[in-house]
Design a binder for this molecule. Sequence first.
Ligand SMILES: NC(=O)c1ccc[n+]([C@@H]2O[C@H](COP(=O)([O-])OP(=O)(O)OC[C@H]3O[C@@H](n4cnc5c(N)ncnc54)[C@H](O)[C@@H]3O)[C@@H](O)[C@H]2O)c1
Length: 260
Amino acid sequence: MPNLLAGKNALVLGVANRWSLAYAIAAAFVREGASLTLTYQGDRQRQTVEELAANLKASKVVSCDVTKPEELENLVSGLKESAPRLDVMVHSIAYANREDLSRAFVETSRDGFLLAQEVSAYSLVAVARAVSPLMANGGSILTLTYLGSTRVVQNYNVMGVAKASLEACVRYLASDLGMHGIRVNAISAGPVKTASARGIKDFSKVLEGVASIAPLRRNTDPAEVGDAAVFLASDLSRGVTGNILYVDSGFQIMGLGLGA
Ligand SMILES: NC(=O)c1ccc[n+]([C@@H]2O[C@H](COP(=O)([O-])OP(=O)(O)OC[C@H]3O[C@@H](n4cnc5c(N)ncnc54)[C@H](O)[C@@H]3O)[C@@H](O)[C@H]2O)c1
């Protein structure tokens, strides 16, 4: 698959470490010839993300906490100077309080609910609004979602509700931005052991369940998410928008699975 993204400028938000899905996506983009800008959230991540960016030969690394509008403005003005045209934006960001991912959903607090919505769903709208004027030749916006948006997955709770909201945002954004040649899609990834996933109680049981029930009888490899992101970022998917693409070993089609 040589150079499917040659000449494209991509912005990837959500690399925290080398296990992040955003890192697998960024690595696949670089392999396919894209130029990369990465962001990090707060000073604690800065050094790690700068080192990973150097591995990937990313041209720029910028601080962007999506709850701080001034950081988003700063990101966009920096992009205007360095790479005035943007072709691809990946939003690989989510957050919920740990206690909301371990107790009954009915116990979710108002603040916890709003926090999960702000970081995990509304931020896609804010970032899309900020970067879409840079997509003068059209572009591709991607986000990451999970099956807990439409099915009950134990302990996913408030994040499942945020993902339902995120998926609706994908459809409304796709409708708004399509006339400018900007496509908006989501990848619904199977469970992968990342820093965020470790915050979900009994996550290892979810991995075991998927590996025994999914049609492919294995868990999702982050590289598979990266390759699907290349497709959605590239011109190969020029007719695809408003879509949720499952990269989950087929798990989402199963009803009752009795395991291998
Ligand atoms: N790991 C899985 O099983 C899985 C499955 C499906 C979807 N996803 C989704 O993939 C995306 C990436 O998660 P991941 O699993 O790679 O974990 P991760 O912990 O590596 O990435 C989550 C990222 O969100 C960022 N983030 C959180 N709050 C932020 C804020 N206020 N401003 C800016 N960034 C912020 C973190 O800094 C981190 O980089 C998330 O949307 C997650 O819900 C993950």
